[in-house]
Design a protein around this ligand. Sequence first.
Ligand SMILES: Cc1cc2nc3c(=O)[nH]c(=O)nc-3n(C[C@H](O)[C@H](O)[C@H](O)COP(=O)(O)O)c2cc1C
Length: 410
Amino acid sequence: MTRASAFAGRSVTLCVTGSIAAYKAVLVLRQLLTAGARVNVVMTPSARQFVGAATFAGLTGRPVYGELFAPDQPGEPHVELGKTSALVLVVPATADVLARFAAGRADDLTSALALCARCPILVAPAMHPSMWNHPATERNVRTLRADGRVHFVGPVDGEVASGELGTGRMAEPDDIVAAAGALLASGPLEGVRVLVTAGPTTEDIDPVRYIGNRSSGKMGFAIAEQAAALGATVTLVAGPVSLPTPKGVTRVDVRTAESLKSALWQALGSDLSGVDVLIMSAAVADYRPATPSSTKIRRSDQPLTLSLVPNPDLLAEIGRARQGARPLLVGFALGTESQADAIATARKKLADKRVDLVVSNHAAESIGRDDIVAMLVGESSCELVPRAPKRVLAERLLGWVASALAPRQA
Ligand SMILES: Cc1cc2nc3c(=O)[nH]c(=O)nc-3n(C[C@H](O)[C@H](O)[C@H](O)COP(=O)(O)O)c2cc1C
């Protein structure tokens, strides 16, 4: 994967801490933005002694995060950034922040974020050689390496701010961005085969008319795009929509529930071993005309009654056929009921169809829109995703998928 494609559309949180090298974080930020990353910047109070937040805000077009408790930024920024980031980058990383990470502190936004982050964390230490070589720092670095959650780029040998020589100089911005790109390219879904269904199906009444629904396919396409960006091998089975195929995704176009079913089983294989994760976001028609006419039905003055028969319940069929825990099954439940009823419906769907996660959403809050309000309902969990672009829900959903797969892959 090229560096540009590794960053394209990915959310990176850049934490800047209090070293003279903080000005170089601006150069790193510029490269991340040029490579297509969406970057949120967190600055410690000490970092603000070295570079102005306005520089970062100006470049990203977003406010800079600072204190853990910020009246102008409601919610829990450490939790939100931890869930949505594909990478947390600490540039420069002070001896102090390494000590806080090693101790598992959570009394500032950067440290609390490091505890919440589900994604890789990359630090670029920068400090005087006497700080880097101090037994306390060495101990902290050893702890962080042993914990395996924090990756290091640098420091390197060379001249530090005081003019002295030694190890402690921050790695060059180019090298930091290359290390970040390498971490992102080996995404959390690297080597995972993901099958996504998207869009509506249409069921023929006669050769020119059909029964359809208002699904736009945007949700499934966003999931396919994000899964590919996270390193997965993605097949997208798409109903009739005119959306462009996301980069790196294999697309199979279908029209009816029956043709979607054939495409699904073709990819899954009879023993379901062809896919690791199946995400069923398509709005598959529940019914189809019992006997579609082979010729166009002529207009008449008489009422026309269409007899409908149920389409196969594909998710239930696959849930029943599944032996063990693979493929991981994610279903969508689109309804018009209240939130409490929607949770109950989702839990029933989990149990009846033997799926692992149900994304519950309200028709008025999702159909045809670019944004969505949804709940990720698991057997014993329920996570609300407040109104956000469908891409954000895709990131959250795939974060859940990556965590669910992790113990099995270990
Ligand atoms: C002028 C100046 C330069 C500093 N440069 C560094 C540095 O390069 N690396 C470092 O670890 N600490 C450096 N410090 C000390 C940190 O700013 C200090 O430990 C601070 O508490 C770090 O807070 P933070 O990690 O929350 O940003 C410097 C302090 C001053 C006054």
